[in-house]
Design a protein around this ligand. Structure first.
Ligand SMILES: [Zn+2]
Length: 510
């Protein structure tokens, strides 16, 4: 049975971060707290929205950094570089250029940058991350000359034997490793920028994935100083034992909790890295397994013994199968008792038999509904006619599984309403009709996914995800009732205010 989830019109009284009173007041929402009384006529209040899989620091890097995405000419791109004043050490670092979007669709050159930056080394990543555009100074620093050999798996583009300033794939590493890491101040700024951005979108909590252990002290310091507007559950990078090398242990806090470890079983669908049971429809191979069942079992076991939850990335049906096998063994052998949270991040392409096993072993599924509507065209080409289900939201729910809502930002927008819309309509960005409409969720299920069910994926549902007495006063105030409006109008909703721990962190002005 699914518990009801309805946006409310009510007066909510808050004390010391918890809800102590709820009185239904049709027509308006009023919040009474130590901060005073805030009224929102005509609005609706829901439990604070959660993004159960995202990359917070990367979002901050994107928001604060030099972004060259979607620019339509080389000159615009160069202008943006020229306006950007923040350097990394003495380097200018940027990302997102794409010559395919320019009037003249040819690769730019080092000389284009040299005219503006004769003395500053410049490194600009292409939008797809598979090429870099650098200037002469950067090549000088790296010792790249016209005679430098191409590295294995990469190439230095040349014209009449001369290096042009474009490095492809592994050749990027010749220079990338010279660009200094960001300072702690810059990293803190990135975290705060991203967290603030989340709270303007109605998010009160995020599950931050693949967090580098060196970032954890910064997060904890921000939490201790009361500077975070949202709560963060951290899942620490673990694929290469990073958590062990840095001596990470679980830690519980109100605003930052070091909750779990993050592993990868396979790659992504776009690059055909997702591990499949059958070969791709458009290529003669089955993708890449990044961690097999035995190794995942061993690594997860070690993490569970230290008290961590386990979160494993699995896109393809083979990867999902492998992860479920490892998790099943952990449950069966009593290493992961029912209290230990085992999560599959993405749960993207999966057989119905494996969905049943997810339910049976109480494994959490964390899909990204936005990936479905942004990748549908590509996914159809990669998958062809196969029996496994792609983006199987309703099938999960039918098997008693409660998918946790998430976006994988900054790969997608952090706006949870876009994710809720994707759940409820499933219309790809380049289409006007739903793809596999039988997998659509109701607005109520979508809202549960972004609230109660997301909290369940981190074990916080006992005090968050409901508007109830003694629950944390994490609340999102919306301009309309997204469960009773037409699905096509969900995206016309405004976030009017966001509260976490009873404090108003954002309110809409105007
Ligand atoms: Zn991710």
């Amino acid at each position: 049975m699914i518990q009801p989830m309805k946006p409310l019109q009510a007066t909510i009284t808050i004390e010391r971060g918890r809800i102590i009173g709820i009185e239904y007041t049709p027509g308006t929402v009023t919040i009474i707290s130590e901060q005073g009384i805030h009224s929102y006529p005509g609005a609706f209040v829901i439990p604070g929205l959660v993004d159960a899989h995202c990359h917070l620091h990367a979002m901050g890097e994107l928001l604060n950094g030099l972004q060259l995405y979607q620019l339509s000419s080389k000159n615009e791109t160069l202008d943006a570089c020229n306006r950007h004043t923040e350097l990394r050490g003495d380097w200018l670092y940027g990302m997102g250029w794409n010559q395919e979007l320019w009037e003249e669709k040819v690769y730019p050159t080092a000389q284009d940058l040299d005219a503006l930056f004769p003395n500053t080394p410049v490194y600009l990543r292409r939008a797809d991350g598979h090429a870099a555009w650098v200037n002469t100074k950067a090549m000088e620093y790296a010792g790249i000359t016209d005679d430098t050999q191409d590295p294995e798996g990469g190439s230095i583009l040349r014209m009449q034997g001369k290096a042009t300033g474009i490095l492809i794939d592994n050749a990027m590493d010749l220079i990338a490793h010279l660009v200094p890491d960001q300072t702690n101040d810059a990293k803190i700024k990135n975290i705060l920028t991203a967290a603030k951005h989340c709270s303007t979108l109605g998010l009160t909590e995020v599950h931050d994935m693949d967090v580098h252990p060196t970032l954890l002290p910064l997060y904890l310091e921000l939490a201790e100083n009361g500077q975070l507007p949202i709560r963060i559950q951290s899942y620490v990078k673990a694929q290469q034992h990073q958590w062990i090398d840095h001596g990470c242990l679980p830690a519980g806090g109100e605003f930052v909790r070091i909750a779990g470890l993050k592993f990868f079983a396979d790659g992504a669908l776009g690059s055909r890295g997702a591990a499949m049971i059958e070969p791709y429809a458009d290529a003669d191979h089955k993708g890449l397994i990044l961690m097999n069942e035995e190794i995942l079992y061993e690594h997860a076991k070690r993490g569970i013994e230290e008290g961590f939850s386990i979160a494993t990335h699995a896109i393809g049906d083979m990867a999902n199968h492998i992860v479920i096998n490892a998790y099943e063994r952990l449950r069966r052998e009593g290493i992961a008792d029912e209290d230990v949270i085992l999560r599959i991040e993405h749960t993207q392409i999966i057989t119905e038999e494996d969905i049943e096993r997810i339910g049976k072993h109480n494994i959490k599924a964390i899909p990204q509904s936005v990936h479905c509507i942004s990748d549908a065209t590509m996914a159809k080409v990669r998958l062809g006619e196969r029996k496994s289900i792609a983006y199987p939201w309703k099938t999960l729910v039918k098997h008693g599984i409660k998918p946790a809502g998430s976006s994988d930002f900054p790969i997608e927008s952090a706006n949870p309403l876009i994710g809720i819309d994707a759940y409820c309509r499933r219309i790809p960005f380049d289409d006007t009709h739903a793809w596999m409409p039988e997998e659509i969720l109701s607005a109520e299920e979508a809202l549960l996914s972004y609230t109660t069910w997301a909290h369940e994926a981190a074990g916080m549902e006992y005090r968050r995800g409901k508007i109830a007495i003694k629950f944390d006063a994490d609340l999102t105030i919306l301009s309309q009732d997204i469960c009773s409006c037409e699905a096509k109008d969900i995206l016309n909703t405004s976030v009017l205010a966001t509260y976490s721990a009873g404090i108003r962190r954002y309110h809409h002005v105007g």
